[in-house]
Design a protein around this ligand. Structure first.
Ligand SMILES: Nc1ncnc2c1ncn2[C@@H]1O[C@H](COP(=O)(O)OP(=O)(O)OP(=O)(O)O)[C@@H](O)[C@H]1O
Length: 254
């Protein structure tokens, strides 16, 4: 109940920090409220993420908010948000980032009913893999790769939400391998999610994906290693090689 009252989002037209006018709420996650705003100085669209007021009380949540902005500061990729500024206002915590016009994959699948065939699903993975590779090369492990954190704008993919990201040690360790493989596992789950968008159940009973989906052998091989049913991957290069083999197998089908 407490959370319901204190976490009421700002209304359209509210001015935050003297120059950001709220256009609308575009996302309400578990720890942030996300607004599309207009910067009244430049007239440019910006996205402002506010730490949910009910979370202020926890030092840990505030720390996580700071960690997220510190990661954003180190990123320099056109498929990831740019951090413009952070500020506090009436004890509220905010950060300002670039606006990516696409909708997230979750909304596209559940509300817009967008579907992805096998080839399209693999192509999405291909784009995502490039972004994960960029992060891992910087020793950053996203740790929250999920469909609401992927935005799609005219088939171009963007990655957001670094709230759970972790930095690996300078020297490759068992811990960084674990974080790396968690990201790979999440890529497998995303791929499976996309593949299921074209599936309609013929049976009353749910069967394992290996029986429900009819996929090229190369795609099954890729998924089984990503999902750690078979030997887990330890490098992006190996994933990329298997992904290209799966894409090639799908080209033959066309
Ligand atoms: N820079 C951006 N441009 C456009 N839309 C964005 C941007 N950042 C976030 N969003 C939208 O807001 C939603 C919530 O953002 P985000 O995942 O960062 O919040 P969160 O509080 O961390 O959510 P969760 O608890 O689900 O992780 C996203 O799914 C996306 O639709």
């Amino acid at each position: 109940m407490y959370q319901f009252f204190v976490d009421k989002p700002f209304k359209e037209g509210t001015i935050i920090n003297n120059h950001y006018e709220v256009v609308r709420v575009i996302g309400t996650g578990s720890y942030g409220i996300v607004y599309l705003c207009k910067d009244l100085r430049s007239q440019k669209n910006r996205v402002i993420k506010q730490l949910r007021p009910s979370k202020h009380r926890s030092k840990k949540e505030v720390e996580l908010f700071e960690i997220e902005t510190s990661f954003l500061r180190t990123l320099n990729h056109k498929k990831m948000p740019i951090l413009y500024e952070t500020f506090t206002n009436n004890e509220d915590f905010f950060y300002v980032m670039s606006y990516i016009e696409g909708d997230n994959l979750e909304d596209q699948i559940f509300y817009t009913k967008k579907t992805f065939n096998e080839k399209e699903s693999l192509q999405i993975l291909e784009q995502l893999l490039e972004l994960v590779d960029y992060l891992h090369q910087k020793n950053i492990y996203h740790q929250d790769l999920r469909i609401p954190n992927i935005l799609l704008k005219n088939n171009e993919l963007f990655l957001i939400d670094f709230g759970l990201s972790k930095l690996g040690k300078a020297v490759e360790s068992a811990h960084s391998l674990k974080m790396k493989q968690q990201d790979y596992y999440d890529l497998g789950e995303i791929l499976l999610y996309l593949l299921y968008t074209t599936y309609t159940s013929k049976y009353k009973k749910a069967l394992p994906w290996t029986e429900e989906l009819s996929l090229e052998n190369e795609t099954v091989h890729l998924l089984k290693r990503l999902l750690q049913i078979n030997e887990p991957y330890s490098t992006i290069k190996d994933i990329s090689d298997d992904l290209h083999a799966a894409l090639k197998a799908n080209e033959k089908v066309d």
